[in-house]
Each structure stands twice: as structure tokens, then as C-alpha cells.
Design a protein around this ligand. Sequence first.
Ligand code: KIV
Ligand code: ZN
Length: 473
Amino acid sequence: MDRPRITIFDTTLRDGEQSPGCSMNVSEKLHLAQQLDRLGVDVIEAGFPIASDGDFEAVQRIAATVRRPIIAGLARACTGDVDRAWQALQGAAHPRIHVFLATSDIHLKYKLRISRERCLEQARDAVRHAKSLCSDVEFSPEDATRTDVPFLCQVVEAVIAAGATTVNIPDTVGYTMPEEYGRLIRTLREEVAGIDKVTISTHCHNDLGLAVANSLAGVQAGARQVECTINGIGERAGNASLEEIVMAMRVRPDRYPYETAVASEQLYSSSQMLAEITRVPVQPNKAITGRNAFAHEAGIHQDGILKNPLTYEIMTPQSVGVPDSRLVLGKHSGRHALALRCEQLGHHFERRELDEVYRRFVVLADRIKKVQDSHLLELIEDVSRGAVSNDDAIDSPSKKFPPATATLSFPQAISAVAGINANSNDPHPAQISGSAGQAQVRPGSPAPANWFGRAPVPPADHHSEQEDYLWGV
Ligand code: KIV
Ligand code: ZN
């Protein structure tokens, strides 16, 4: 049976740009919109044309240049905004006007200072006007999750009657919980006349860290569009992260049996491009696209990954466009990873020598956190020369071993199996040599469907598994 198709509505250029420090100029927005096109998103919200001339121009240029996806322009629920949005969208192959108006009592009373009746009327009029210009109209009742539910149903019903084709349910302040948000979507589907004619959309903010969970709950309850941003950027704590939503559905089709048109191998480059443009770095432990998302330091993990990546990776780095996994040599690393790195650097050690290299390595790693190739080479040289001990030098690590920041890329043994080059961002790309480099696919070892076919690597045989544990891997 065909899986329901989820429309991915990217709002990096609109809601994302509203995050502090993330503003972009017109050509940067155009550049990113072209990448979003390559990524395969269905809708690009290109900006809020009434907000500034720059926003207007960005929407106009994106509309004229990026022809495959729907291009949306945001408008408040008033004639001036809707007209301005429509003007900016003139050149679009597939234009959408996105009208919003707050509906919660808090917003009506303190921000808009209008009654519920006035709100209902304004929403209906604005959608009707937008519909007279453009066949594709989305309406968002801002702060929907703090809106009185019967009133929300009334507004949604009115805008559908006025011609809205998508109804978006924003959790504007990131307040809702997954079960509650799912229930709200279900209630709308049960109570609102005409709801089956429109697409229901999620739009979740991350103030409690639940934007992705809430969006997925919305999809399970029947929403068929998800609004999200690259790297989860957006107002305050951000929006639901596009890469997390897409990969949750791809890695767990048993729980989320839905399709998107996103080319997941473009996720990493999209994330990097955004970080470069905005100069807002991606947090290292960011799911999917953070630099640690496929890095392994703990010895037990490195050992597992080298034997079979399935042990500690639920998706391949290549499936999201990360060129390679990385093994980071630090104090938690074990002999297995160290031996492999030595081999990558052209040094094969017999067991006793490796014991000595490892002993010194542990002392060093305890001091300098990350052991760079240059440190390791120096240490190897000492051991090879038969120097008594490196411990003296270690007492003044800043002299002999300047602070390191580099990490080591995952062996080609694994990436070669997947046909991918070493990580070009790695300051010390590994060129694996020796036995580990000759890894072959183990015959008859199936990879699970959600793991995108990366083959396991045969176990290293230079010392026993038990020894790894004894050595604190
Ligand atoms: O968070 C929000 O409510 C919005 C709307 C404008 C859709 O961004
Ligand atoms: Zn928002």
C-alpha cells in the first residue's frame, strides 16, 4: 500500500530568518532557496514581503528563479499585506499566499485588541481577498494551541469556506505536548465542516524541545504538511528541524509510514550552507547534521563501529550527505581504534609495541583531550626509538604536545564499502592502510532496511575481544 505523502514546507527563509543573528541578504536567500530546491522541499516560504523592501525583493527573485517548488509569501490578515505578497509572487510558477491572524484570547486581548467576532471576520475577509488573487491560499490561526478549541474550529471552518486550501495549526510559543497536539488535529478533523477538502499543516516551535515530537504527533493525527526549518532555526528556541522530521520518518517507517520527496543526501550540505551564510554554527551534538552526529570517541563504541557500524549508528552518514563517520582519538578511545589509526599513518605494531603505544597514548589523552596525528606520530617515534618513556614530556604537554582540536576520520575501510570519499572537512583525512583497509562485505550479512545498505566490516583479528575490554575500550 502506498504511504501517505507529507508535504515539506520549508520556512528557513521566513520564520528561520526571524531567529536572532540569522538574517540574510537577497542573494544569500536566493542561493539557499536553490539549495532547498535541490533538497526537494515542496514549499519554500521565501519571506514576508510587506516587512521590508529586501524581503519583497527576495521573494520576487526566488519566485522568478526557483520554478519547481511552491513559493509562499507571508501576509497578515489585511488587504495591504495580501496585495504586497501577491505582487512579490507575480513571477512564481506555483505561488501561495500565506495569511495569518492570531486567534488566542491572550493575543486578541493584549496584542490585537480585537474581539473574537472581529477576528473571525478579519480572517474570513483576508482569505477571501487572497483567494480572489491566487488559487493556493494557506491560513494560520497564530497561537492556535492556546486558542479556545470551539473558537478555533469556528475560525478554521470560516477560512475553509472562504477558500483556504491549507490550514496550518501553529504552536507559536512551543507550549503544546505531543499527545495534546495530536488530539487537537483530530478534533479539527472531526468537528470542522469541509476539513477533508484542505491540507492540515503542523507548525511547531521548540521552546520545550518538543517541536519535532509535536510535528510527528500531528502527522500521526492526520496532518499532511509539516512546516520546518534547516537546523531548526527560528524564533527563540527555533522551529521543528527539517532534517530530524525527514530522518525520523525514514529511519522509523514502522512508526511513521509516510513519504517525503526530500533527497536526504542533501541534508548535510543544506545545513552547512545555512551555517556558512548566517555564520551561526550548528551545535556539535545536533541530531543528523551536527559534527558529532557520526563521531565516536568511546572505545567500546569505536570497537563496535569497526566491527559493524550497526552497533552504534541507526543510519549511515552517507544517507544524510555526511561523507564519513569519524573516530575521535581521546581518553575514552580503545586499542582497536588506536591501532587502526597507527596503521592509517603507516605504522603497524606487534602486540607488545602496541601495548606501549597505547599506554603512552592514554596518559597523553588524559591531558590534551584530543590526540592529533602529529601527537600520535611523535609518540610512535618515541616508542620506535625505544625512548624510555614519554611521561616526562607529558608533564609539560604544552611544549611537546600543543593543544589539539582535530578529529580523525572514520576508516576508508568502511566508507570504501559505501563508495564514498573521506570527509573533506576533516583537517586530517585518513588514508587507511594495512589490513583494516582491505575490509570486505561479509558474505550473507544482511543490513536492515532502515540502515540504507551499508555493509558490516569484518572484525579485526589482531587481539581478542576480551583484551579490548581489559584495555578499557
Ligand atoms: O509561529 C507562528 O505562529 C507563525 C505563523 C506566522 C505561521 O510563524
Ligand atoms: Zn512560527
